[in-house]
Design a protein around this ligand. Structure first.
Ligand SMILES: Nc1ncnc2c1ncn2[C@@H]1O[C@H](COP(=O)(O)OP(=O)(O)OP(=O)(O)O)[C@@H](O)[C@H]1O
Ligand SMILES: [Mg+2]
Length: 321
């Protein structure tokens, strides 16, 4: 059973004074998120990430298509108790303390007073602000507020956690903390569906990605299965520096000494590196390793978004012709 399933999910907004302008924020998006996956739901500004999460939380209703969480339609009351949600750019009542806020949220779940206290204390410890739990939220830094938001999303011990841009607006330290939290959720076997446009963070924590552009899904799958292009090869050779230079120097983009008698050569994709490896070996130079260097998730993302934009332009041209 999937943790989250989107089926041809579409949302059209009518904008302008007379509501005559039609804007397709989400266009027939289908996606299956397996249980235990950490999905990075990625896309540039305005791609439709928040709209998708709002549809999943039933804050807006789809124009067509549908979605399921844990095998049930999104509105199912039983399912709502098993999920957590961190909205985008969440605002808190800043005169209350973190403890008061979380106990209030616990009240919404119908927990007893003792249970609310227990869960609030555990949750705040977990996100590393237990010591500050009695301070007013207005004295908190942005990173601390984000962590309160995450503690709120985890208060009911959810099986599936939805986080809208949990790392945006945080400094590198704050981002690292949120990343570690997401990794901990992954270790616990929870499913995490988080939107982001910070690709490095996604690369560090995701098992799966889905890339959205102008309301359309342009790529999705396990991170390991993405067709990341080989950008270059890294060959590590052991032998006298002069010989490595003499044989490989011309073919390599650069040669760096990584230890005594050990050199890394960065080779272009073409010609393939096997001939050079054979020549080095013939001269008695040992090949320690040969690895492809692939494009990063960021390169892949930019490439797929550019390809999708080019395809949209040629579709428009075909329609006009
Ligand atoms: N309530 C609304 N009324 C009209 N248009 C909307 C509404 N909500 C979203 N949109 C439009 O739908 C598109 C998708 O917006 P959405 O907020 O889902 O994007 P996003 O991927 O979350 O972007 P960001 O990275 O900026 O958060 C945008 O063009 C946005 O202007
Ligand atoms: Mg958004």
């Amino acid at each position: 059973m999937s943790a989250v399933r989107l089926r041809e999910l579409s949302k059209t907004f009518h904008t302008g004074f007379w509501r005559t302008r039609v804007h397709r924020a989400l266009d027939a998006v289908s996606l299956d998120v397996p249980r235990g996956a950490v999905l990075g739901y990625l896309g540039p500004n305005g791609a439709g990430k928040t709209t998708t999460l709002r549809l999943l939380m039933q804050l807006v209703h789809p124009t067509s298509g549908g979605a399921e969480i844990l095998g049930r339609p999104v509105g199912d009351v039983g399912v709502r108790r098993r999920i957590g949600f961190l909205p985008e750019a969440v605002r808190f009542h800043d005169t209350c303390t973190a403890e008061e806020f979380l106990e209030y949220v616990g009240g919404l779940f119908g927990y007893t007073v003792a249970e609310r206290r227990r869960r609030a204390a555990l949750g705040l410890d977990r996100v590393g602000i237990g010591a500050d739990r009695r301070r007013r939220l207005r004295t908190y830094s942005r990173g601390m507020l984000q962590r309160v938001g995450i503690a709120q999303a985890l208060l009911n011990d959810p099986e599936v956690v939805f986080l809208d841009e949990p790392m945006t607006g945080l400094d590198p330290l704050g981002r690292r903390e949120v990343r570690d939290l997401v990794l901990a959720l992954r270790e616990e076997g929870r499913t995490v569906f988080f939107s982001s446009h910070i690709l490095n963070d996604a690369e560090a924590v995701c098992s799966h990605v889905a890339i959205l552009n102008r309301g359309r899904l342009v790529a999705s799958g396990r991170v390991g299965d993405l067709d990341l292009r080989v950008r270059s090869w890294e060959l590590v050779a052991a032998g006298p520096g002069e010989s490595v230079q003499a044989v490989g120097g011309a073919a390599a983009r650069w040669v760096t000494r990584i230890a005594d008698g050990r050199y890394a050569l960065e080779l272009p994709v073409e010609p393939s590196p096997e001939a050079l490896a054979a020549e080095l070996a013939q001269r008695g130079i040992q090949i320690v390793s040969l690895h492809p260097r692939r494009e990063t998730l960021e390169d892949y993302f930019l490439r797929r978004v550019a390809e999708a934009a080019a395809a949209a332009i040629s579709d428009d041209e075909a329609e006009c012709a």
